[in-house]
Ligand binder design. Structure first.
Ligand code: T5A
Length: 204
């Protein structure tokens, strides 16, 4: 493990994009190269898949959804994540395979273990080294959303199931997860996340 593949996770509006960008700035300021990616997306094919997945007009079934997320991810890992890590860069990822476990595995009820194994094929074993879970009550996150996408528009019960699944995953993999209280001011969250990432890396 390089300790340089770091994903930011959480419910809608938890602050993942904002915090991930701030952490990437810190890494760059320290002189290290960094690739910032988002899921779904980050490649030409992945961005086209993202449009299908998030368009409120897309009428797709749960397994279609799960496989499209996995397909976009396989492309991203092969074309961007693995090469970046190979040249010594950090990879800061706005969401990751853990979103699929929480949203499709638990939220859609497909089963966390089945979704895990489907994704593992495309990841070729390359899972994030660290996952920063920005923890926030889903109703607060939904209030922050400007225009909900197809999945963000699912009801609050769906979002609660997703949130509970993230908590379970974090409890099951304490060596990989860093849980951060995301109800606080942004500066505190960034400070806490960065300090925790550094602490974890120094332990490996
Ligand atoms: N999905 C994704 C799956 O179902 N399975 C998968 O495998 C994957 C990868 C992706 C959608 O697809 C689903 C999950 C999603 O529904 P997305 O673009 O990642 O779409 O969607 P969201 O998570 O909904 O992204 P958001 O942009 O809504 O949330 P973020 O990134 O968590 O939040 P951010 O940083 O954009 O902040 C939202 C707002 O809150 C403010 C920000 O300024 C912004 O206005 N904010 C704060 N305000 C106060 N205090 C703070 N601490 C704040 N932090 C941020």
């Amino acid at each position: 493990m390089s300790g340089r593949y770091v994903a930011f996770e959480g419910v809608e509006g938890a602050g993942k994009s904002t915090v991930a960008a701030r952490i990437a700035e810190r890494i760059e300021a320290g002189g290290d190269p960094v690739a910032v990616v988002r899921e779904p997306g980050g490649t030409a094919a992945g961005e086209r898949i993202r449009e299908v997945l998030l368009d409120p007009l897309s009428d797709i079934r749960p397994w279609t959804e799960a496989l499209l997320f996995a397909a976009a991810r396989a492309q991203l890992v092969r074309d961007v994540v693995r090469p970046a890590l190979g040249r010594g860069a950090w990879v800061i990822s706005d969401r990751s395979v853990y979103s699929s476990l929480a949203y499709q595995g638990a939220g859609r009820g497909l089963g966390v273990e089945l979704v895990r194994s489907v994704n593992d094929a495309g990841l070729e074993g390359l899972w994030p080294d660290l996952v920063v879970l920005l923890r926030l009550d889903p109703t607060l996150g939904l209030d922050r959303q400007q225009v909900p996408d197809r999945i963000g528009a699912e009801g609050v019960e769906f979002q609660r199931a997703v949130s509970a699944a993230f908590d379970t995953l974090a409890a099951e993999e304490p060596e990989r997860f860093i849980v951060v209280d995301a109800t606080r001011p942004l500066a505190e969250i960034v400070e806490d996340s960065w300090a925790s990432i550094q602490r974890r890396r120094s332990m490996t």
